[in-house]
Design a protein around this ligand. Sequence first.
Ligand code: ACM
Length: 538
Amino acid sequence: MFRFVFACFFLFAAGLSAAELPLSPRPASVEVQAGSYLLKDGSAVALQGIPQADFLLSTLSEAAKMKFVQAGNGTAPITFVLKKASQGTSPEAYSLEISSSGIRITGDEAGLFYGAKSLGQIVSGASKADGAAKLDNLKIHDSPRYGWRGFMLDESRHFSGEAAVKRLLDAMAHYKMNRFHWHLTDSPGWRIEIKKYPRLTSVGGRGSETDRSPNAPAEFYTQEQIRDIVAYAKQRHILVIPEIDMPGHADAANIAYPENDGGGFRRSGDKWIRFTFNPAKAETLEFLDNILKEVAELFPDAKIIHFGGDEVNFGWKQWDSLPEVQELMKKENLKDKDAVEGWFNRRMAGVINSLGFKVAGWDEIATRGLAKDKTIVYWWRHDKPQVMRKALADGYPVVLCPRRPMYLDFIQQKEHKVGRVWGGFNPLPDVYNFPAALKLTEAQERNVLGVNACLWAEVMRDQERRDFMTWPRLVAVAESGWTPADRKDYASFEARLKPELDSLKARGFVTLYDPFEKSPEVRDKKEVKALKALDQPD
Ligand code: ACM
């Protein structure tokens, strides 16, 4: 009884009710039981036959802020039990049982990782006496609402770099997020080394959205760094999906290899004058095929390549005067540029599929007749919900990432000055409550893969500002993706968020936005307005 009262006191002190655990995302089901278990620092953990046992042990120790050791044979205070997921159950599900005789975590590999994270968070939030944590007896059965809980990082507009990406992956894993969508190419910069075409990075990697000076450094990932990051993510049960945007958003590549240029924006003052690849030139198609082959080798796990496909019509005007496009239109009986774009989509999707990969793309690709079982549609145009509904009805798997509320370059508080506002902005509660407002039917939900937040970095030169725009909204995204709809509750989320802000700061995200304090907006140290023209850096 004394222990129960003590535990209640502690939880109330942290602003949480007795039945509420310090867990984000909130688990699917928690049953608190009578009695408690005293977990001592230095306790042994039984991990016999468990893959990545050392990593699991260090994950648990780090999350719990205690040091645990591997047990020899026999019983131990904490036991991990590998149970392969059966057909129809999630490999990310786990159960966690704390009883007066010890702690047991059961699940498949990913489930055990998430179980270790959950136990670690419970232990770290528990009351301590003489190096031991007092834990209420309980049973957690946890399983994600969606199998896709993603985050997209735009590295083209401004480059984040290896250390920032690894720190981000660690935090994503902490919140049970499992898809890292890596926007590696776009008009301002090409960030992935392609051995066959070194100028893509030596020239196309120079500068950023706000720096086109000829001596701007080339910023990009070598193939070795990419392999290392992909392995780092995999260990944390995160799949990396690379994005190689085509046929639009291609200025950086076209500056490096102008022979592929299909033209771009031509109104005065526009900067993206090489916005598209030539969609019909044989040599350009071969160039793209070769790039995709190297990309496929670097990302063997997710078996998905995102090939963009967005906003092409903004920059395709010059296709009218490209002889290769005219020839293709005649040969393939294509009536206009839209049909040419569709032909290009199908051709490139075919190449990606033939490499053994699914293709993912922004929602413009949903009407191109691509194979339903090999295509993933990212719904981003929040003002076109009919596109998402049609894609679902047509049987495409859909990732939900509408600008409102999933684009994190929108401001999060009305007083903030820098960032997008588009008939409103993206405050924390809107992110948290997503996707309830869509009122998806059960049939639609079956084809929804999950949720994906996107950090577009046009007005984010500094890492401090990127952190400010990302956190804590990504904690809300994680819960939107993980927690069943009937377990979501904003008041509970807010109560659990307070300690999470400290935990994020301890991870180095010291410039996060504190919604309780309404902390001041973090802006770039050197703010630069959008550039007028893109100078050729060579
Ligand atoms: C996008 O925001 N252009 C996908």
